[in-house]
Design a protein around this ligand. Structure first.
Ligand SMILES: NC(=O)C1=CN([C@@H]2O[C@H](COP(=O)(O)OP(=O)(O)OC[C@H]3O[C@@H](n4cnc5c(N)ncnc54)[C@H](O)[C@@H]3O)[C@@H](O)[C@H]2O)C=CC1
Ligand SMILES: CC(C)CC(=O)C(=O)O
Ligand SMILES: [Mg+2]
Length: 355
């Protein structure tokens, strides 16, 4: 098939991991006879430096014309002055809103060979396989903000329809998995969470009464995720809770660098990015773990291009390379040979070519 993919490298390690994802997509195109074209565009701090806007109109136009978007990460200390009027992260939030990708799917799977890289006891990691469905275009990240010298506020708003559509995505996923859904909120304190719980309960009762649904408060969820992670299957939650809980959940997998995400909505054009940020502490050293981005490229193949065999091949190649003992620094334990971002990517490409 022919596909146009917009690549948004962004900042810090963003360009390093986005290049890895693109390299794997190119290897897939060659192997399976597809024609993928790429349009590389500015976002985040790089776009602020170039034109003073974290989401240039050309970037939006390119994304809109594309079949899918692959993003690295944005942000960094250069643009993090609390008094800055324009910030890289605004570009990321804006492209999510522009594309209407309200559902951020964050699968958390554990490769058994990486159990030693996790700070959690290995026996607790057995049978962990969950997917967090994070609402992505509403809530406190998008609410009105104010600040003066002595006070500041961030408004958290959720509309009934925003809750219904994200819970519907999660419930449909749960139906095709174990039938278990956990909705995470803070309904003991927040009105938005009380609406969330009410809307969720009614939707489940009317459309998904076959599912086994549990409501959990976010503070307890943060604890249970570590204590009994294998009890979770599909988790649905609002924007900020999903952001925080998935960074926590990445420690089950051994590293923040391992987890991918797919952001989807009404249009076919999804946005695919690792769950991590721009990692300024390791940027430019060639040591970032590309697996989360490469696994995001697999999700791009599956959800936006409907190339399931190709997506499975990428995921299998990642698993095989890890099984062969290849590690980037973040997932290496004593005695492991440590590969650079580029060498790890090359190993995954070589694995794909052999299959
Ligand atoms: N989607 C995005 O573009 C996101 C951007 N950010 C931005 O990134 C910047 C840095 O934020 P941090 O809080 O430091 O979070 P971060 O996710 O960039 O890094 C947290 C820690 O994880 C490590 N890490 C992250 N990705 C890794 C990888 N692929 N391989 C190996 N190690 C990895 C980093 O080295 C760091 O020690 C901030 O400006 C923040 O706003 C943060 C999260 C998401
Ligand atoms: C940088 C933020 C806008 C969001 C974030 O941390 C994320 O989406 O993981
Ligand atoms: Mg985050």
């Amino acid at each position: 098939m022919d596909a146009l993919i917009t690549v948004l490298p962004g900042d810090g390690i963003g360009p390093e991991v986005a290049a890895a994802g693109q390299q794997v997509l190119t290897a897939i195109a060659e192997k399976y006879g597809h024609k993928f074209s790429y349009s590389e565009q500015l976002i985040g701090g790089a776009a602020i430096d170039a034109i003073g806007n974290p989401l240039p109109p050309d970037t939006v136009a390119s994304c809109r014309e594309s079949n899918a978007v692959l993003l690295g990460a944005v942000g960094g200390p250069k643009w993090s002055d609390p008094n800055a009027t324009v910030r890289p992260e605004q570009g990321l939030l804006a492209i999510r809103a522009e594309l209407g990708v309200f559902a951020n799917l964050r699968p958390v799977q554990i490769l058994p060979q990486l159990a030693g890289a996790s700070p959690i006891k290995s026996e607790r990691l057995r049978n962990v396989d969950m997917i967090v469905v994070r609402e992505l275009t509403g809530g406190i990240y998008f609410g009105a903000k104010t600040r003066d010298a002595t006070s500041a506020s961030d408004l958290c708003v959720y509309e009934r329809h925003e809750i219904e559509r994200i819970v519907r995505v999660a419930a449909n996923l749960a139906r095709n998995r174990s039938g278990k859904l956990c909705s995470v909120d803070k309904a003991n304190v927040l009105e938005t969470s009380r609406l969330w719980r009410d809307v969720t309960s009614k939707l489940i009762a009317t459309e998904f009464s076959d599912l086994n649904v549990e409501h959990m408060l976010v503070d307890a969820a943060a604890m249970h995720l570590i204590n009994r992670p294998s009890d979770f299957d599909v988790v649905v939650t609002e924007n900020m809770f999903g952001d925080i809980l998935t960074d926590e959940a990445s420690m089950l997998a051994g590293s923040l660098g391992m987890l991918p995400s797919a952001s989807i909505g009404e249009s076919e054009c999804g946005l695919y990015e690792p769950i991590h940020g721009s990692a300024p502490d390791i940027a430019g050293q060639g040591i970032a773990n590309p697996c989360g981005t490469i696994a995001s490229a697999a999700l791009l193949l599956r959800y936006s291009l409907h190339l399931n065999e190709e997506a499975d091949a990428v995921e299998a190649a990642i698993r095989q390379v890890i099984a062969d003992g290849k590690r980037t620094a973040d997932i290496a334990v004593d005695g492991d040979q440590v590969l650079s971002t580029q060498a790890m990517t090359q190993a995954i490409v070589a694995q794909l070519e052999q299959r």
